[in-house]
Design a protein around this ligand. Structure first.
Ligand code: F6P
Length: 320
């Protein structure tokens, strides 16, 4: 069988481990493995590359994605989805493995209406907002990248007794913010999933100062409803009565060598994708839930993924 593999949406560290495992386990099973460059647009543009075992050598430790990625406007249209189905049919593909986030899984849900081949999805996004897996490939590395940066900012914040606002990634998800904030000892954590009360946060910071706290920092997810980091810092400066410095961590979070967790997760899910294809599975996202390999129909992957409520409940008492 001819199996296509692509990465789509934001790249995430560990995608390469998943590509490597899918390609090598696929070859071991006797499949012809075809890499599709540039994500779903690459499928529409027929950017196909035959993958051999050596094509995926020396990538397991690298961030980014060997196959490159993209966000395709054309694929979002019904015409684009039908065109992709036609191409897969004409080129003789029997299966497709798509690694990406929510947008990619929604795209796969649409594609399966027009194409009879098998489709398997793997959760690759730093945002950890795909329902059907406890952790997505890349989340652990992104959180660790951000922790490293925040620890450095903390040094200079402490040296100057300053108040900092640090923005982390997550347009619709506070998973990175919550994990970084708890791991670094933030005063407050602003996430898109819960309402933000800037006045209450300002009050806590002022009172903390009175109790002898020398510096403070707040972590904000880029998707918070109070605005971007610059806007929130202007509001906070006024409310707290002192200048709020801003650091936007940005794309530094998305690159770099994947952690052990992301290498293992990518490898496991990549290999599992081939096992599932061999068993005739289709239309599902593969993930790990409570330690067990799990399958979730594409249509269910957009269900809201809850943040760890227990962790959220600890923020106030941990920052007294
Ligand atoms: O991949 C997820 C993500 O990094 C989000 O956290 C962020 O909002 C978005 O991608 C940025 O997208 P782009 O790379 O298109 O700027």
């Amino acid at each position: 069988m001819k199996v296509g593999i692509l990465t789509s949406g934001g790249d995430s560290p560990g995608m390469n481990a998943a590509i490597r495992a899918t390609v090598r386990v696929g070859i071991t099973k006797g499949y012809t493995m075809i890499g599709i460059m540039g994500g779903l647009q690459g499928l529409l543009d027929k950017l196909f590359v035959k993958m051999q075992a050596r094509s995926v050598a020396n990538i397991i430790h690298r961030g980014g994605t060997l196959l490159t990625t993209g966000r395709s406007k054309e694929f979002r249209t019904t015409e684009g989805q039908k065109k992709a189905a036609r191409i897969l049919e004409e080129e003789g593909f029997g299966a497709l493995v798509a690694i990406g986030g929510n947008g990619t899984m929604q795209g796969m849900d649409k594609l399966q209406k027009y194409w009879s081949g098998q489709i398997i999805g793997l959760p690759g996004t730093i945002d950890n907002d795909v329902y059907g897996t406890d952790y997505s490939i890349g989340f652990d590395t992104a959180v660790n990248n951000a922790i490293e940066a925040v620890d450095k900012i903390r040094d200079t914040a402490q040296a100057f007794d300053r108040f900092f606002l640090i923005e982390v990634m997550g347009r619709h998800s506070g998973a990175i913010a919550l994990n970084v904030g708890i791991s670094c000892g933030a005063e407050a954590i602003l996430v898109p999933e819960t309402p933000t009360d800037l006045q209450a946060i300002a009050k806590d910071i002022i009172e903390g100062r009175k109790r002898g706290k020398s510096f403070a920092f707040v972590i904000v997810a880029e998707g918070d409803e109070e605005g971007d980091a610059m806007e929130i810092s202007r509001k906070m400066s006024k409310l707290v009565g002192e200048e709020c410095r801003v650091s936007v961590l940005g794309y530094i979070q998305r690159g770099g060598n994947p952690t052990r967790q992301d290498r293992i997760l990518g490898t496991k899910l990549g290999a599992y994708a081939i096992d599932c294809l061999a068993r005739g599975e289709t239309g599902v996202l593969l993930g790990r839930m409570k330690g067990e390999l799990a399958m979730t129909p594409f249509a269910d992957t957009t269900k809201p993924k809850k943040l760890d409520e227990y962790l959220i409940s600890l923020v106030d008492s941990l920052s007294i």
